[in-house]
Design a binder for this molecule. Structure first.
Ligand code: PMP
Length: 389
């Protein structure tokens, strides 16, 4: 279109700073070779960059040891890895998996699949009017049969920041492991997996200014070592015999095949970029935009805002509906005004069902967004109001 773009769909994916794009092209121009194989200089350089990126990620999430950091295609693959490898090995009939109504499909469906195959039973923590997990119900839901609790650090459909540390402690108290979907956590909050106490933490690079197709699973060493490989292939073996094979040490046991080296390099560049901005400053900026957005949305008639009223309990995600226009119409008209927001179920259909809506609008902010852009969205919503209101 002819209108300058206002990009407010950062919970879906973020735009890429020049530093990230340059790190990726410079890798391909100067250092590209396969990793962990070559005995020549170029492969050594590629391997060095790839492993340095792993160390960079470890620092980002406070992981004590980079060999506990596994490269994946993204959050989805990381969570499937845990559900499939840990779940198929350790879950049996009658065991309970505790999920939440708040979660993204990628933290629900892998557990549903493994439940079907193992006979494990699914339980759900419900959410209250403001999109907070109903922790009072945890007493009843956490039992001696609970083997795994899977939650999100931050809800992509509501923006709620969950009290992960408390939930992890309570999961551990009944002997369950805690799996945290950090897709909306790692880009926006300071993450320290040791302090949080979780057993697994997953996130995607593309939601923190990095490239698509790459992400991370961090896992506790004892658990990763006890788990069987997720996929078989090159890189992940120690010795292959006709009847079977033995596995490489961590992290390579979980990294079958040629990895996304350029993706890892781009991820490290993205983390450097964000670190230079300062994580507290990023979160403060997002919360400022959320508060301003909520304030300005409230000027409109018939607006319903989802998620916690207290802005300190949310990140930079503002879901809302207008009584007088369907979310898909809203987003379509906003698009003609140059404003990109999301409308839909946000891969969280249980959230939609909880609030009896088929879809919501969602504005989501990141480091480069401004209050002026929020104003542009409000102006565009006035155009929608002129048509439907
Ligand atoms: N969990 C949450 C909370 C998310 O927001 C997303 C991305 N929308 C995912 C998981 C899945 O991430 P990806 O598509 O990058 O695997």
């Amino acid at each position: 279109g002819d209108k300058p773009l206002v990009y407010l769909d950062n919970a879906a994916t973020t735009q890429k700073p020049r530093q990230v794009i340059e790190a990726i092209s410079s890798y391909y121009e100067q250092d590209n070779a396969n990793v962990h194989r070559g005995i020549y200089e170029l492969s050594r350089r590629s391997t060095r960059d790839f492993e340095a990126a792993r160390e960079r990620v470890a620092r980002w999430i406070g992981a004590p040891d980079a060999t506990e950091v596994i490269w994946t295609r993204g959050t989805t693959e990381a969570l499937n890895l845990v559900a499939s490898s840990w779940g198929m090995e350790f879950l049996k009939e009658g065991d309970e998996i505790l999920l939440t109504e708040q979660d993204h499909h990628s933290n629900l469906v892998p557990w549903q699949l493994v439940a079907r195959r193992t006979g494990a039973v699914l339980r759900y923590v419900s959410i209250d009017e403001e999109g907070r997990l109903e922790l009072e119900s945890l007493d009843a839901l956490l039992t001696a049969r609970t083997r795994v609790v899977a939650i999100s650090h931050v809800s992509n459909a509501l923006g709620t920041v969950n009290p992960v540390k408390e939930i992890v402690e309570r999961a551990h108290a009944v002997g369950a492991i805690a799996v945290v979907d950090g897709a909306q956590g790692a880009p926006h909050l300071t993450v320290d997996v040791v302090d949080q106490g979780c057993d697994f933490y997953a996130f995607s690079s593309h939601k923190l200014c990095g490239p698509t197709g790459v992400g991370v699973l961090w896992g506790r060493r004892e658990l990763l070592e006890a788990m069987p490989p997720y996929q078989g292939g090159g890189e992940m073996i120690l010795e292959v015999e006709k009847e079977g094979s033995t596995w490489a040490a961590l992290p390579h046991k979980f990294e079958a095949g040629t990895p996304n080296v350029a993706g890892a390099v781009g991820t490290a560049a993205a983390l450097d970029y964000l670190e230079a901005l300062g994580r507290d400053a990023i979160l403060a900026h997002e919360r400022d935009l959320s508060a301003y957005c909520i304030e300005r949305l409230s000027e409109l008639p018939g607006v319903r805002i989802f998620g916690p009223a207290e802005v300190m309990d949310r990140s930079g995600v503002v879901p809302f509906n207008l009584e007088w226009a369907h979310p898909h119409d809203v987003a379509t008209i906003l698009d003609t005004e140059g404003v990109a927001i999301r409308a839909g179920h946000h891969c969280a259909q249980l959230v939609m069902k909880r609030y009896c809506v088929s879809a919501t609008n969602r504005a989501s902010f990141y480091v480069y967004n401004t209050r002026d852009e929020v104003d542009r969205m409000i102006d565009a919503l006035r155009v929608v109001q002129g048509i439907f209101g």
